[in-house]
Design a protein around this ligand. Structure first.
Ligand code: BT5
Length: 330
């Protein structure tokens, strides 16, 4: 019933709908309508109520909930199910648990904050209120080797969505950092469960410092948020929906065998190609120049001897011409 009331108010947003009309169309008493309206207000909706006019929904703030996320979402499978929670340890852990218990491909887990958000290699991911912390379950029929490209695909989808929804220009630093003006505003954590030849499922975690203030960001790092960079908050529901649409389109390209289209989209958004870089693989640190990514998603770096080396995992920092680090996370 609450959702039907919401739909009615949404169809006439910024206009008053009388309690009487709602009551006769929905078949419940005006007092009943009033109770649901109060509940909607508690959930973050701004509904103005006037005795003679009725109720009017104002849309300057759209709450982050499954109803809003599903509303007019044009994807085919991504977002078939949303699990939205006030707090979890890690949305990736929760999504893995749901996937093990049979959750459908396209299920999305979103938390308003994470108490144990993770980056790669078990690093901490700071995830207070105001950010986008979400994990998507996918079940593509691919081998483990083919799964790596999903990190690049997701980074490209997230950066393109940020650029589409805001006036900001974000870019990607291999493999999974989303940067704006050289500062990290987001990252991707892909986890795979299955066997070498055929994976069981993928969980793609996306973290975006959307509406975070300076005081909420990790100290001592080149980090920022969309709100800080844009000077105004971003609409979370719209950004999430746009990421899901772009992700679905890119995954479709990939599954249809058009891998090069995905790689080209990533290349367009990359801010780390043809740059002087420092590569850190385990305990090995070396300097080179990034050249391209290959079809597996590895970064191709020309080393000091002029040889092309494929980097499959590790951290890459961009260096200035003088050799000092211009951007470094970790
Ligand atoms: C990442 O790892 O960048 C992947 C982050 C993925 C987070 C999402 S949120 C939803 C889902 N659930 C999870 O538990 N995780 C995923 P990595 O490249 O390893 O970067 C981690 C490093 O980034 C840390 O060691 C810090 O240096 C830095 N860092 C931590 N929190 C940050 C933040 N909020 N913004 C910018 N940098 C941060």
């Amino acid at each position: 019933m609450k959702e039907r009331i919401l739909e009615m108010l949404l169809s006439r947003k910024d206009q008053f709908v009388s309690g009487e009309e709602m009551s006769s169309l929905l078949g419940i008493s005006r007092a009943g309508i009033g109770k649901h309206v109060t509940k909607l207000r508690e959930e973050g909706y701004r509904i103005e109520s006037q005795t003679r006019l009725g109720h009017c929904l104002h849309r300057e703030h759209i709450p982050l909930n499954s109803f809003e996320l599903k509303h007019k979402l044009p994807t085919k499978s991504l977002g078939c199910e949303f699990v939205v929670l006030p707090e979890v340890i890690s949305t990736n852990d929760m999504a893995k648990e749901l996937a093990r218990n049979g959750a459908a491909a396209g299920t999305v887990v979103i938390a308003k904050r994470q108490t144990g958000g993770r980056g790669r290699l078990g690093r901490e991911w700071v995830s207070p209120n105001g950010g986008i912390w979400m994990s998507i379950i996918l079940r593509p029929r691919i081998s483990l080797r083919d799964a790596a490209i999903y990190t690049l695909l997701t980074g490209a989808a997230a950066a393109a969505a940020i650029n589409g929804v805001t006036a900001l220009r974000s870019g990607i630093k291999w493999p999974n950092d989303i940067l704006i003006n050289g500062k990290k505003v987001g990252g991707v954590l892909t986890e795979v469960v299955g066997e070498w030849q055929s994976i069981d499922f993928l969980v793609i975690g996306i973290g975006i410092n959307a509406n975070l203030q300076w005081a909420q960001l990790p100290v001592g790092l080149e980090a920022s948020s969309l709100e800080i960079e844009a000077g105004k908050p971003v609409e979370l529901v719209r950004l999430i929906q746009t990421i899901l649409c772009r992700l679905e389109e890119l995954e479709q390209e990939l599954l249809e065998g058009n891998r090069e289209a995905v790689l080209n989209e990533w290349r367009k958004l990359a801010v780390c190609l043809n740059c002087a870089v420092t590569v850190k693989e385990h305990n090995n640190l070396w300097l080179g120049t990034s050249v391209d990514i290959n079809s597996d998603g590895a970064l191709v770096v020309k080393n000091a001897e002029g040889n092309l080396v494929k980097v499959y995992s590790g951290d890459v920092s961009l260096r200035s011409e003088a050799g000092n680090l211009v951007f470094k996370i970790q």
